[in-house]
Design a protein around this ligand. Sequence first.
Ligand code: AMP
Ligand code: ZN
Length: 459
Amino acid sequence: MFKIYNTLTRSVEEFKPINPPNVGMYSCGPTVYDFQHIGHMRRYVGDDILIRVLKYNGFKLHHVMNITDVGHLVSDSDTGEDKMEKGAKKFGMSVWDIAKKFEEQFKNSCKALNINLPTGTNLMHATDYIPEQIALVKKLEEKGYTYKTEDGIYFNTSKFPDYFKLSRQDPEELKKGARVEFIEGKKNISDFALWKLSPKGESRQMEWESPWGVGFPGWHIECSAMSMKALGNHFDIHTGGIDHINIHHTNEIAQSEAATDKVPFSKFWVHHNFLIVNGEKMSKSLNNFYTVQDMINKGYDPLALRYLYLQTHYRQEMNFTWESLSGAQSAYKKLINDTKNWDLPKVGCAEFEERFLNAVNDDLNMSKALAIMWELIKSDYPSSAKSQTLRRFDLVLGLEIFAERKIEIIPQNILDFVSEREGFRKVGDFRASDEMRKKIRDLGYDIQDTKEGPVVTKI
Ligand code: AMP
Ligand code: ZN
């Protein structure tokens, strides 16, 4: 029986899907305006493990993730600069190119960490679902949940009595702690934008027509519109970082349940804790971050990083140090070495399989699962039996223990050349684009142009 901590009830609960064995799961994905670092990646490995454990238990997953490729504002209170426009300025590219570049970087990091991302229409780009977002805002408007200010359409949280059910915040305390960023015309401190109007006299790279005027969606509405489009208005699991609890997910619940009257919007809410360095959250603004590519450049196997993530429970803060990564790399190498000459798999070790299943089913106790794995490796069972069992374990661990693997990750400088070449192609400068292709070839990589864009492979 799989048990998992549900933020909504603040308890570890038996996982019972709405429509077994099917499970609908939505993960809040990255905002593609800058590099995804190993702090971000901890979350996605966390979701990957959750999915693998669900499948291990026989559930059939419909997993959906969004890519936020439309600007939302730097601050949670609907003020400040637009993240995408800010990223575009920083890198001297258009917002559309920025989105492509960093989505590629994200996908490469996922591949290196052996994360199975959703594909096709299950990887949903916010800019592809603007009509659905507008329709949802309209529905909320019709039901009387919204009001208009100078700069947009807002959700009136005082009309939704259960607003604080996920965050369990005290509204009075919130008022006391309110910062000065209060927006003119906002009725309650917790109200949030559903649709923002483009500032007058300012042209934005991304903006759309709407019944309220040209503008862009508030951040939260995309996740409600896309998750409901893919999974219906009542589904099983919604995941994100712990920082999403108070605002983003709270707002998603309010606008979704207000629009559909279906409660709960998602049955389970799973939140991953942060990765920190020297006591501070790894983040772009503190400039204390590393990407997966940085790790590879320093000679680490990305799966050693995956191994390191597994050692800390997903609800605990994880402190990153280079020593701990080196330790994980040694353990990972030992794992591969100790098992490489084992006999071919035969009947497995039932006792270990049962203990492993109990560990992963206990709110994803992965460090215990690793300990059981090592106990198995050191045990006196014949290697053919151990081999069978370890292969089963690796369905969850994703450490590619028996795979013939060569690390094939495209270096960032190559990816930069590829997007430069795309720029040339877009403006029809095919000479420059061919030269760039040659330069990339000389560095050992080949490009194929496909409908989905360029695909790079090592020659
Ligand atoms: P950012 O790109 O910094 O706005 O972060 C986007 C999301 O990624 C956040 O809302 C978090 O859920 C997650 N995230 C960012 N930094 C970290 C970190 N150091 N550890 C874990 N998750 C993080
Ligand atoms: Zn989201």
